[in-house]
Design a protein around this ligand. Sequence first.
Ligand code: ADP
Ligand code: MG
Ligand code: ZN
Length: 479
Amino acid sequence: MSRNGYEIVIGLEVHAELSTKTKIFCSCSTEFGGEPNTHTCPICMAMPGTLPVLNEKVVEYAVKAGLATNCEISRNSKNDRKNYFYPDLPKSYQISQFDKPLCEHGYIEIDTNDGKKQIRLTRIHIEEDAGKLNHDEFGGGSLVDLNRAGVPLIEIVSEPDLRSAEEAEQYLRKLKSILEYIEVSDCKMQEGSLRADVNVSVRKLGDTKFGTRTEMKNMNSFRSIVRAIDYEVDRQIDILEDGGKIEQETLRWDDVSGKTFSMRDKEDAQDYRYFPDPDLVAIRLSEEYIQSIKDNLPELPESRKERYINEYKLSEKDAKTITNSKYLSDLFEGALKICGNAKAVNNLIISDISRILNEKELEPEGIPFTAEHLAELVSLIDKNIISSSIAKKVLEELFENPKAPSKIIEEKGWIQISDEGAIKEVVLKVLEANAQSVADYKAGKDKALGFLVGQAMKETKGKANPKMLNKMFIEELSK
Ligand code: ADP
Ligand code: MG
Ligand code: ZN
């Protein structure tokens, strides 16, 4: 996509925390949270003389990720030290991979307005996470928490193939869902399990050389990423239009002011003085090992989508929305297994749950209720115990205070009125109060019926059985 005669160029470096039980080079727990410095040992606290041992699961998860993103898997790989000083990195180097990453030359397919597009992956490598600094609001100092130090990461680097903020978002959503499906990361963005460094540059349409890029570090929400790219593109174009030059630098996006700020000049690979880690052996992978991981890869989003279209007759668009998120897709399948009504579950997810997620700015993994809850809600509608308008209210309530829908409607008194006598009473009352609509209906204005039904619904706070209402009104009006 272009803006004011400029083309936008974006490449992402995505860090995903792997969901292994233990850290990459020691047997400490990777669990999120916990009292500061309780998930630590001499190795991840960087005591001199300790020796790291590579966690085999980390290699397995990275290879899984590589195979799921069409990468070539290196048979020979190794770990390197990337030297830099940071207070939460007590070794003063990070163990990462430099010239021999585990996976290379992959791609991910995204949907754009012009059809499918392949975004190439340069590489996927394994590395360790750093600790965390807690800035003390009162004492003015900073406290180091090393629980996260040594938590395994994969870094997934894309080629600069993305051409708009929308494409960047699509790419990241697709990548996130793949990692969720193969269960190598929980991808919880709020907890920092998935974060992206966003590289942005612009160039005049038709130019063949890329412009100078800036890099926004550690972005962990889709909304901020889109806003940050839009802001950064405008900033760069303004500078170029004024005859200025873009400095290659690392930026920090501030969500509150909606601006980027300079953090430091961009360092190059040579600044890190990478060298092979002498404490770790080379990583050699056999054909059988790689093949067995390939054979055991779980179903990926694309194939689930096809299955939903064929087996459950979902529309392409609905199937895509649901399978885009493993959480949503598991919710769909879980509820379906219990209630057997694919169409109804699909409708609730697509129209109501998606809307509420949007309003609350929540990702599907933030849904607080279970597949059992959703299935019960569908059965309540199917059995005519509640109307679909009450179902919407139950869903709102499920987001606030998740419990069995039957309990909710009982406590709130939301059970549908299907008693003939009670329905008739309301119908007569509404007819009496709306003489004009009655006259309109009799004069052939069918729309008036809808109005009358609406009034009866209002009268019963949405609880009347709409089918019975309709029937009763027509009966009474034809008398
Ligand atoms: P590093 O940031 O570690 O120095 P690279 O130089 O390989 O690594 O680039 C990192 C990321 O920046 C990649 O995702 C790449 O696609 C992206 N990138 C490189 N050049 C540009 C550019 N001119 N505009 C936008 N993104 C770019
Ligand atoms: Mg970078
Ligand atoms: Zn440890």
